[in-house]
Design a protein around this ligand. Structure first.
Ligand code: G6P
Length: 611
């Protein structure tokens, strides 16, 4: 969701803040703002509806500067995207504050603060927090103490950063449910919602824990836990380079990230497989004690990560012969699930901060699971910290809102989990060695698949003027079709749906005509003949077919049927990873033709830290 940056220095911090916002923009981008404590001790701000560039243009026209400052890029929850609702919010020109998350008891606090004479100018829940901090500051005189008192009154999830004219030498941050990191520089210090914001100025970070409050001064940073006691948080050196979030020669981050997949998948497999087997120690020191005992698997995730879970079910059930359920986290967390003995709970999340997935994990920890396992791309995330076992994907930072390399690396990681569970459930060493060899070969096949881009670009022309599209798959490629449809709708705004092909005649066939392109994912597996019959049903109704198929499947291009052949010899375990790639490229090129904002599609955000 929203992005936050703050800095305290002996120089003007505005450039640090604006660059930080640019680097966080993918998290939310409907409005942005900065507030600075000017050299004369006044709070000043600039805010703009729209993207960070609009804010930067505003600052160029009407400069602002200061040695302490905070900044925010917003994804609207309470109140429409507008300059009035953009952060930072002010209280009586004494406190400026930015916030990521949702304050659930904002109504009650607003009434209380109104009665005390505070004037509200926005529709946001954030504004109650800034007035509350100001009210507490009037009692204590210290921004740190004011924040510590104020957060005790808040219900909900938040990352908050504030600066105050009355206590001008610091910026203070608080964390509950949304990530906050503090950064140590040379004679200057920083705070942000994500390390990426600060990589141009520092590599040295501390991650706040739930309930922590941090006071950032030029001379140093102090962190206190929820009880107000000084807290030690490990100082970590980030290995990310500042340009790991640069676009390079690519027109969009999404395209760059699609092309990074062979490397990202290879990195995810590296050191976790030998020539013959999977090293379960990759899942943490407890893995060897826990995984042999697993008799059931429950997988929970959101969005694209949920689709990875649907594919993982095939790895667990068909591969490991263990029962497996998969559910979206927002449903699971309120469902009172029945947990059979010796069930492993698996949460999949690129960010490790998705509110529903995190809440599901926390719920699961109370429900008597054998253990919890996180498949995640961010080592410092809450999900990773709170799970018993972790298997990190090594996709590197993913900036495009539409997830690509995070998804295929999740599949790579989940295939390893499936193989380990299968081994413990009796799979012989030869079969394991065969699977390991197949999965190790995926980066090379994906590399070949990327060569289809020029043809896919041609296909995209058939979709650019369409309003709807239907994706079909069967078995493990049904979730691949779901992911293809999600990609297309997210970035091109074409309404796209995916169906298991066998379900076509139970409804969606009624929609099929020459204006509804139908995309089929057709690997050569046991369901191929069934899929072919389903596709005949589409042709018979005049539907235009676009088939991605294995070379030996017998599909031929003819009137109304376009066929794109995938690389040769794709094995079942490889197939979901490989077939995902052309669907990503198709969505990308359709979106480019339609002129939409590929990396930052309307209304969406990369990391959804609210419920
Ligand atoms: C948002 C993103 C999606 C992502 C989903 C789950 O909706 O736009 O790309 O799949 O959140 O995110 P997670 O970080 O938990 O994988």
């Amino acid at each position: 969701m929203c992005g936050i940056v703050g800095a305290v220095a002996a120089r003007d911090v505005t450039p640090i803040l604006v660059e930080g916002l640019r680097r966080l923009e993918y998290r939310g981008y409907d409005s942005a703002g900065v507030a600075l404590l000017t050299q004369s001790g006044q709070l000043d701000r600039r805010r703009a509806q729209g993207k960070v560039q609009q804010l930067a243009d505003g600052i160029a026209q009407q400069p602002i500067s200061g040695l302490r400052g905070i900044a925010h890029t917003r994804w609207a929850t309470h109140g429409v995207p507008s300059e009035r609702n953009a952060h930072p919010h002010f209280s009586e020109d004494q406190v400026a504050l930015v916030h990521n998350g949702i304050i659930e008891n904002h109504d009650e606090l607003r009434s209380e603060l109104r009665a005390k004479g505070y004037h509200f100018t926005s529709e946001t829940d954030t504004e109650v927090v800034v007035h509350l901090v100001n009210e507490c500051l009037k009692q204590s005189g210290s921004l740190l103490a004011a924040m510590q008192t104020a957060v005790k009154r808040l219900h909900g999830a938040y990352a908050i950063v504030a600066v105050a004219a009355r206590d001008p030498d610091c910026v203070v941050a608080a964390r509950m449910g949304c990530p906050v990191v503090v950064g140590h520089g040379d004679n200057e210090n920083y705070v942000a919602s994500d390390v990426q914001a600060l990589l141009p100025v520092t590599r040295r970070f501390q991650f706040l824990e739930e309930g922590d409050v941090a006071e950032v001064r030029q001379s140093g940073i102090r962190i206190f836990d929820a009880s107000g006691k000084p807290a030690e948080r490990a100082l970590r050196e980030s290995t990310l380079s500042a340009d790991s979030v640069e676009r390079g020669e690519y027109a969009h981050y999404m395209l760059k990230e699609i092309y990074e997949q062979p490397r990202a998948i290879a990195d995810t497999l590296a050191e976790r497989i030998t020539g013959k087997s999977v090293l379960e120690a990759a899942m943490g020191p407890k893995a060897q004690a826990i995984l042999p005992r697993v008799r059931n698997v429950h997988i929970v995730a959101c969005g694209t990560s949920y689709h990875a879970g649907l594919i993982a079910r095939y790895y667990v059930e068909q591969g490991a012969k263990l029962p497996c359920t998969v559910e979206v986290a927002s449903e699971y967390r309120y469902r009172d699930p029945v947990v059979p003995a010796d069930t492993l709970f698996v949460a999949i999340s690129q960010s490790g901060e998705t509110a529903d997935t995190l809440a599901a994990l926390r719920e699961a920890r109370k429900l008597g699971y054998l253990a919890t396992c996180a498949i995640c791309n961010v080592p410092e995330s809450s999900l990773v910290r709170e799970a018993d076992l972790t298997l990190m994907t090594r996709a590197g930072p993913e900036i495009g809102v539409a997830s690509t390399k995070a998804f295929t690396t999740q599949l790579a990681a989940l295939s390893l989990l499936g193989i380990v569970l299968a081994r413990h459930n009796g799979m012989d060493a030869m079969t394991e060695a065969a699977f390991v060899k197949q999965i190790a070969h995926v980066p090379e096949i994906v590399e070949h698949t990327l060569k289809l881009e020029p043809q896919i670009k041609e296909w995209a022309k058939h979709f650019a003027d369409k309003r709807h599209a239907l994706f079909l798959g069967r078995g493990p490629t049904y979730p691949v079709a779901l992911e293809g449809a999600l990609k297309l709708k997210e970035i091109s705004y074409i309404h796209a749906e995916a169906y298991p092909a066998g379900e076509l005649k139970h409804g969606p066939l009624a929609l099929v005509d020459a204006d509804m392109p139908v995309i089929a994912v057709a690997p050569n597996n046991a369901l191929l003949e069934k899929l072919k019959s389903n596709l005949q049903e589409v042709r018979a109704r005049g539907g235009q077919l676009f088939v991605f198929a294995d070379p030996n499947t017998g599909f031929k291009a003819e009137d109304g049927v376009e066929v794109m052949l995938m690389p040769e010899h794709i094995e079942a375990i490889q197939s979901p990873l490989v077939y995902t790639v052309p669907l990503q490229l198709l969505a990308y090129h359709v979106a480019v033709l339609r002129g939409t904002d590929v990396d930052q599609p309307r209304n969406l955000a990369k990391s959804v830290t609210v419920e």
